[in-house]
Design a binder for this molecule. Sequence first.
Ligand code: PLP
Length: 362
Amino acid sequence: MKIYLDNAATTQLDPEVFSAMTPYLLEHYGNASSHHAHGREAKRAIEQARNTIASLINADPSEIIFTGGGTEADNTALLSAEGRRVITTPLEHHAVLHALNKPHYLSVNNKGEIDLAELELLLGDGVPSFVSIMHANNEIGVINDIEAIGRLCESYGAIFHSDTVQTIGHYRHDLQNLKAHYITCSAHKFHGPKGVGFLYCRKGTNLSQLLHGGSQERKLRAGTENIAGIIGLAKAFEIVCRDIDEHKHHIQGLKSRLVAKLKDLPGITFNSTSATEDSLYTVLSVNFPPTGIDLLALLDENNISVSGGSACSTGSASHVLQAIKSDRSKDTVRFSFSKFNTIEEIDYTFEILAGIYNTVAA
Ligand code: PLP
């Protein structure tokens, strides 16, 4: 049995998504900027995908800009901060942090939670601000109340960007209620293809161009559109939005089962709120007492794929665990789940873990 519990890094392509994409690789492969029939067919399909996505987040199609994934969407939003003071958190993904020059960091407690009063105090000083705060953290699963943050930003005239890469497809987003100017999406986090996503940019909000060249995406994002990718993104989004409650129930059940079992092993702790139902239900961040062995490698040898934190930062100390002052003498394992995981996989994973544990303790 090969077990994949690293779904925050990426997910398996849904076969239904693959079927929707293949005609756009084999038959309708036209360039959407071409004026002939092949081109028009590609253009039509892209606009249909845009309409589908817009309706699923209650936005206008003109507010959806297709990108090459979450990193590009985040980078583009931040480029648009133009002269404003950027307020962010130390827990953001590197797609945000590495795109910023000397931002103001809000403080976080040992669960990774921010204090809205601190944000309000800062916004109250009248400096034009751009706030970038993620919806849910990819390593520890802590969730920020982006609806409250959006309202706060609106009342102080601040621009609000939220990296929603880990929650789009797992939570509902309604852009008529959520007062965000930008949110970001990556298809491969919810069983779509890699290398495609979108940036939502609220009508009337400044958008700086990251990629220059052709006039695609209304001159906002140059480059020939990834048509099969865009079709796959829209299809994957449609499926997850359709089945969201069922998936949530299934995945939360798997996570709770693993939490209950892990609690029987001595010395285990959980990072942040990750073992509770208040956290991102797809992510569980566990600290194991130091065993002197490479837990991740041993799990890998047993055909169980998990990670120590973010896949993008493998090999370096996690900035997220450092920011929450997590006990670094412990071994952290991030388990992240999807609709394709089963109870049998969870039980098997626990058996292997308990076996490793008992051998080391003996
Ligand atoms: N933001 C968050 C929170 C993520 O987890 C990731 C991917 O791991 C990204 C941004 C980057 O997305 P992509 O892999 O599509 O570039």
